[in-house]
Design a protein around this ligand. Structure first.
Ligand code: AP5
Ligand code: ZN
Length: 217
């Protein structure tokens, strides 16, 4: 599998991608998770990225393209395929990705857009709980952990992301429509673009994704 998941904050990219990874035995590259790992490691990039993420903006194309390039070239799990979650987020990122994959004769098979109205995202984002080490996410109401504030698998504490509040979400959605909207237009005419109704419950969204992905396998 070689695909990208596009969708606004809270659409369900991070919920569905691990299932795709498991089914197709490929890597899951989530640029937001990579940036949060830099923040946790207290690197200079992490320090700069945290400011931008908490303001709902975007980290520079150059940094993000290099980050993905490194992973696609060096991460052994990506040899059999990949799912990109949160990348590309701008048209220049999409163009660079195309170039990168063309050079390696590994073109994308799917660009799937998770479509959902903004109004439904506030509850999803403000109720999300995450396990920082794995990127696993839960929801206080829609997908609660077995034990409050505790990751089901590791037993470690769950946290709320610092950008998961109603005010920052508004800015993230503004950025999404302005910068990432054109990315969906970019793929729409390529023949690899499909859309899924992401307002449905997670099992239904998964079924829709499977329907698209199994067409070519
Ligand atoms: P990133 O981490 O990618 O955040 P995002 O795009 O805003 O997406 P989210 O992680 O918030 O949403 P998701 O779609 O993964 O939702 P999830 O499945 O968790 O990026 C963070 C920041 O990093 C960006 O703002 C930017 O600053 C920077 N960045 C990252 N990539 C970049 C790039 N390429 N270029 C520049 N800057 C970049 O679900 C959300 C919640 O809803 C969960 O609680 C979940 O349990 C629940 N849920 C999921 N599906 C359903 C459902 N079907 N029904 C009910 N609840 C559901
Ligand atoms: Zn995510």
């Amino acid at each position: 599998m070689r695909m990208i998941l596009i969708g606004p904050p809270g659409a369900g990219k991070g919920t569905q991608a691990p299932k795709i990874k498991e089914k197709y035995n490929c890597c899951h590259l989530a640029t937001g998770d990579m940036l949060r790992a830099q923040v946790a490691a207290k690197t200079e990039l992490g320090r700069q990225a945290k400011k931008i993420m908490d303001q709902g903006g975007l980290v520079s194309d150059e940094i993000m393209v290099n980050m993905i390039k490194q992973e696609l070239e060096n991460n052994k799990d990506c040899k059999s395929g990949f799912i990109l979650d949160g990348f590309p987020r701008t048209v220049p990122q999409a163009e660079k990705l195309d170039e990168m994959l063309k050079d390696k004769s590994r073109p994308l098979k799917h660009a799937i857009e998770l479509q959902i109205e903004d109004e439904l995202l506030v509850a999803r984002i403000t109720g999300r709980l995450v396990h920082p080490a794995s990127g696993r996410s839960y929801h206080k109401i829609f997908n609660p952990p077995k034990k409050a504030m505790t990751d089901d698998i590791s037993g470690e504490p769950l946290i709320q992301r610092s950008d998961d509040n109603a005010e920052t979400l508004k800015k993230r959605l503004g950025t999404y429509h302005a910068q990432t909207g054109p990315v969906t237009d970019y793929y729409r005419t390529t023949g690899i673009w499909s859309k899924v109704d992401a307002s449905k419950e997670p099992g239904q969204v998964w079924k829709s994704l499977l329907g698209i992905m199994e067409k070519d396998s």
